[in-house]
Design a protein around this ligand. Sequence first.
Ligand SMILES: [Zn+2]
Length: 126
Amino acid sequence: MAQGRAARMVAARERDGDTCVWCGTAFDERTRATREHVIPRVKGGPSWLENEVAACRRCNGERGHRALVEWLDECERRGWQPDVPRLERVLVALQRAIAERGGQRRARPQLDAQLRRLRKRTPQHV
Ligand SMILES: [Zn+2]
């Protein structure tokens, strides 16, 4: 059942829409969609559709391995309007997927902490 990367990217865009999760730019010939791992792979995030969203190359590169909420705050400081509901949906779906499939011991604490922080935070542009 494992989908290839390209198929997961298509599925993520069908699920979420054709915009960068961080800056909201619509994808086109100039702004290409790249795979963004919500929980970075270096922090144990799996290469599953449930851990992947589409982001433009610039945002994906600039975030690097920063924790989700840390980078989210930075996006808002820059005056962007990141898709917070999308991020929350993906984190919840990832928790569910891990609960069903097991494993992912490194990703779990990171995921739980980020979801907690995401729900507690006050958007900075309000
Ligand atoms: Zn972007």
